[in-house]
Design a protein around this ligand. Sequence first.
Ligand code: NAD
Length: 490
Amino acid sequence: MTGKLRNYINGQWINSRGHAFLDVINPATGDKIAEVPAGSGEDIKYAAEKAHEAWLTWQNIPATQRIQYLFNMKRILEENESEIAAICTRECGKTLAESKGEMLRAIENIEVACGIPKLMQSGFSEDIATGIDEFYIRQPLGIGACITPFNFPIMIPFWFMPYAIACGNTYIVKPSEKVPMTMTRIFELFEELDLPPGVLNLVHGGKETVDALLEHPLIPAISFVGSSPVAKYIYQTGASHGKRIQAQGGAKNPVVVMPDADMESAVKIISDSAFGCAGQRCLAASVVITVGQTGEEFVKEITRAAGAKRVGNGMSDDVDMGPVITKESKERIETLIQKGLDEGATLLFDGRGINVAGCEGGYFTGPTILGNVNPASEIYNTEIFGPVLCILHTPTLEDAVSLINQSRYGNAACIFTRSGAAARKFRHDTKAGNIGINIGIAAPMAFFPFSGWKESFYGDLHGQSLHAVEFYTQTKVIIERWHDEWTRKF
Ligand code: NAD
């Protein structure tokens, strides 16, 4: 699995029908490590035809049998944890511990999807009128597909795919072209599953491939995770082709620190949230709002915590934070930091210009903290998606919540406090899909939906849990009356 990557369609590794390739780069070194097909609509056409053929049989295999493949999927991921994590770190930059962490989240989703025979169960009402019964069943839609971002190459396809296939759909995974190697290796390992050809397919590519997915008449449901402008485009374009769409977008997650917070643990948790995965998590803390008298002490402590982060190649065990994904991303982040300073923010900790010995070609930006950030400024309102924390201050919790609710994003919001009343008010009043109380990354477990509000989500049903089951099935209501001898009262 080096050199030129191939697609996996109908149980076979085949070359893309497009001829262009994109470089896959190790962001810790700047070295080219593979080439990924830029993709072609023809790849999707072929994958959709084969996935449809497979679906004609797969939909009729009992759910209890379909989930047997998932039990093996879980085992394969567990047995190959170290190898998969290393590939993920190499192409994505995060630390090995972070790669293993997302692997756990993938496995949790497989475990929940193993409960599909129960999760797909429906309702039955006997005698809605004398001798007439009514019930509904859930049936698969056909072919599902996911289009995923660069920052969680292992986990994110598993928010959708295990549920979809366990419900009786066949599936196409389209990973980010920046990190295509991890899913390629996972598919190689999944050959051991011996799934019927066409049930699980992998197609690489960029916009042309995505557009072909959005337009193909045999594909009724698409899950997307990525930036908000693309999420909106996917939602609008997919819907205009009559598809079900769930599209998770970008974020700018605020954290409120109340005067009664346990400062030591709040600082540790917030610095891990803001700088872990180099700030490239959709649930990362990117804005801290200190309330009342909290400001000075928090700034002193978070600055110290930022200085303690060890930045380097994620392959080394003694590293807390790896590089950002591309050269362009590093340049964009550092331009935004300068913009923030030009807009009047104070530089509390500067991560620019960091040198990592032995990784001179890597794309490193260290933890950076800006204080006195103006809520009207570009740095406050833009998703930076890097290790940059903006700090501002409000006199009261009400002011903080009001500020948060003006954001166009609504992925997550957290509060640090010892007050049950403040926490309760915050969780009720704040307009965001995932709320953390003394939590830095409000990531829902697999048996909860991965929520998201406002421009952080386009659609109705989210990924994971029962939402994923509902998204990948349609209900059929049946009303039945039988002959007299079936309904006669004895
Ligand atoms: P991205 O939007 O650039 O790319 C995501 C996917 O969309 C990729 O597979 C890519 O090939 C495809 N794509 C990109 N541009 C496209 C276009 N113009 N037309 C069609 N398809 C296109 O996102 P990214 O940079 O890979 O990931 C980072 C973003 O993802 C951040 O904004 C982050 O907040 C978001 N994200 C959100 C969540 C969530 O749960 N809400 C989770 C992870 C990441």
